[in-house]
Ligand binder design. Structure first.
Ligand SMILES: NC(=O)c1ccc[n+]([C@@H]2O[C@H](COP(=O)([O-])OP(=O)(O)OC[C@H]3O[C@@H](n4cnc5c(N)ncnc54)[C@H](OP(=O)(O)O)[C@@H]3O)[C@@H](O)[C@H]2O)c1
Length: 289
């Protein structure tokens, strides 16, 4: 079975889905999903911690309300962050867990909550420093062979960490989700972006608008100017900046507002060099050497 690739202008991030009251109505969310599919956006990025399971649960309720949608879309989900935001005095400690027992349970729970037959990409959300790579690698291989996940991947890992895991696996790690934007370009300078390209991982860029900060200050000014020149919008230009990189990273956008999503589609596939470097310069406050 071919591993899915991100053949879309951007992936829809589901971290903020549960924050919008109307999205709690299954039919409203089903309409929203259908409208995105009509726009050619069929990849949705989840994690078990988004809304403490609420993001996946709401999405699954919408798919149960309109089952025909499930065959038209693809999902990414992530797990390994345990006891996220423990309440003070609960005695719980936030930690990372990539043990086979934890990940197997997370995969089964995500399949149930999302109401899909397969998770297209399952990512280890954060590196578990206590991971037994042999055991975790075997668990991920088995989940692929059981048809529960299409492919395994990582997020926020160092190359040395994912290579230790890969060395214990038969199946290749496929997707690799990192923080990357005009305002967070460090992976382009510290070798980590090159590392994931070298290993043929499909790059995904989380917080591609730096959580909205790109829409303020000097970068916003430059984005606006370039958007006018390219008959585009600032958000679309920021995503084109990412897609211009080698291996065409898939931006994972956070807004679920239809008008913003539509605006982000009004952009070029990639940027000419001078526009790309003008944005880098605006973010760093100086030109390249
Ligand atoms: N792997 C990881 O560790 C990790 C970590 C964080 C996030 N993620 C993934 O990445 C996704 C995106 O993260 P993010 O929400 O930080 O991404 P983002 O797209 O950089 O930021 C989205 C935020 O920008 C705001 N915004 C302001 N102006 C906007 C404009 N013109 N167009 C669009 N948005 C605008 C949005 O506000 P409104 O909501 O009001 O539109 C929203 O609050 C998440 O949903 C999640 O799937 C992954």
């Amino acid at each position: 079975m071919p591993v899915p690739t991100f053949d879309v202008p951007f992936v829809l991030g589901m971290m903020r889905l549960h924050e919008t009251a109307e999205m709690h109505q299954p039919n409203h969310l089903a309409d929203w999903i259908e409208a995105r599919l009509e726009q050619g956006l069929h990849w949705f990025d989840h994690a078990d911690i988004y809304g403490n399971g609420a993001g996946e649960t709401l999405f699954g309720q919408a798919l149960r309300a309109r089952p025909a949608l499930a065959n038209r879309l693809s999902v990414v989900t992530k797990a390994s962050i345990a006891n996220d935001n423990p309440s003070p005095g609960s005695g719980k400690v936030k930690h990372y867990n990539a043990s086979p027992a934890y990940l197997n349970r997370a995969i089964d729970d995500a399949l149930n909550r999302l109401s899909v037959e397969r998770i297209d990409h399952f990512l280890i959300h954060r590196p578990d420093l206590l991971m037994d790579a042999e055991a975790t690698g075997r668990a991920l291989d088995e989940a692929i062979e059981a048809g529960k996940i299409g492919a395994a991947g990582v997020s926020n890992h160092l190359a040395s960490q994912w290579r230790r895991l890969q060395n214990a696996m038969h199946h290749p790690l496929r997707a690799n989700q990192i923080e990357l934007s005009i305002a967070h370009s460090a992976p382009l300078f510290d070798g980590s972006f090159d590392d994931l390209c070298a290993d043929s991982h499909a790059p995904m860029a989380w917080s591609p608008l730096a959580g909205g900060r790109l829409m303020q200050g000097e970068i916003a000014h430059t984005l606006k100017r370039l958007a006018n020149e390219h008959d585009s919008t600032p958000g679309a230009m920021a995503l084109a900046w990412l897609r211009s990189l080698p291996n065409r990273p898939a931006p994972v956008v956070g807004s679920v507002k239809p008008e913003r999503i539509t605006d982000m589609l009004k952009g070029p596939e990639s940027l000419p060099r001078e526009a790309w470097y003008a944005l880098l310069e605006a973010a760093r406050g100086h030109c390249v050497a």
